[in-house]
Design a protein around this ligand. Structure first.
Ligand code: AP5
Ligand code: MG
Length: 220
């Protein structure tokens, strides 16, 4: 049976950072809805053109578009063992659609690590984030600096600051998260799959807690 893990948490909680570290360890592809949208923006696809306005304003892309995109991605052969989802679902409608599509794939959500971080820390993290142009590797100018400023440690490509990481957009993204995504905390708590983590700890400590929490919750 395939294993699906959903990483939940506000913008800047460290979902992408942790997913990049644990995806290989778990043998599951990292599926980030935000990364797929950004790839489409870069390649100026129809999906990218549609999503741009929403992303730049810090709003959610409409559910039907996002659900269709994820369904297509999860249908690809590399997702046969399951997936580590980052940034999806983000609304109750998306969570219900995910359950339905996973039934088709003979799977279900096994665990939902919820990375908790207070709002003040989130703003500091996002306004100091630097992202790698080639592969989306994630750095922070103070908390996780690259060896050479502006250059990715992993592939040598340029680092850039995301358009939606401006302070005013960040504040709006956090508001959108509180209104539309935070209800999923109770949704998954009721399903018995929520795993709460302290996201203010250092990156490697969060990774240890995450892997320890997943033990026993996912099929070996
Ligand atoms: P998306 O790209 O998913 O952004 P997000 O959810 O807002 O989350 P972030 O990527 O900003 O944060 P993260 O938790 O990954 O943190 P990170 O690891 O980078 O979505 C972007 C947009 O796409 C949305 O606004 C929306 O428009 C659209 N979209 C995407 N999915 C959608 C969906 N399902 N439905 C509709 N629309 C959708 O870490 C942040 C920083 O903190 C980094 O600098 C990092 O180095 C640092 N850091 C990480 N962990 C630690 C730590 N433990 N201690 C200190 N620093 C840390
Ligand atoms: Mg991310």
């Amino acid at each position: 049976m395939p294993t699906y893990i959903v990483l939940l948490g506000p913008p800047g909680a460290g979902k992408g950072t942790q997913a990049k570290i644990i995806s290989e360890k778990l043998g599951l592809p990292h599926i980030s809805s935000g990364d797929i949208f950004r790839e489409n923006l870069k390649n100026q696809t129809e999906l990218g053109k549609l999503a741009r306005g929403y992303i730049d304003r810090g709003e959610l892309v409409p559910d039907d578009v996002t659900i269709g995109m994820i369904r297509e991605r999860l249908s690809r052969p590399d997702c046969k063992p399951g997936a580590l989802l980052d940034g999806f679902p983000r609304t109750t409608t998306q969570a219900e659609a995910l359950e339905e599509m996973l039934r088709e794939f003979n799977g279900r959500v096994s665990a939902v690590p919820y990375i908790k971080v207070p709002e003040k820390v989130l703003i500091e993290r996002l306004t100091g984030r630097w992202t790698c142009r080639a592969e989306g590797h994630i750095f922070h100018e103070t908390f996780n600096p690259p060896a050479k400023p502006g250059v990715c440690d992993f592939d040598g490509s340029d680092l850039y600051q995301r358009e939606d990481d401006k302070a005013e957009t960040v504040v709006h993204r956090i508001r959108v998260y509180m209104e539309q995504t935070a209800p999923l905390i109770d949704y998954y708590r009721e399903h018995g799959t929520l795993l709460e983590l302290d996201g203010t700890l250092p990156i490697d400590q969060v990774t240890d807690d995450l892997l320890e929490g997943l033990e026993g919750r996912i099929a070996a």
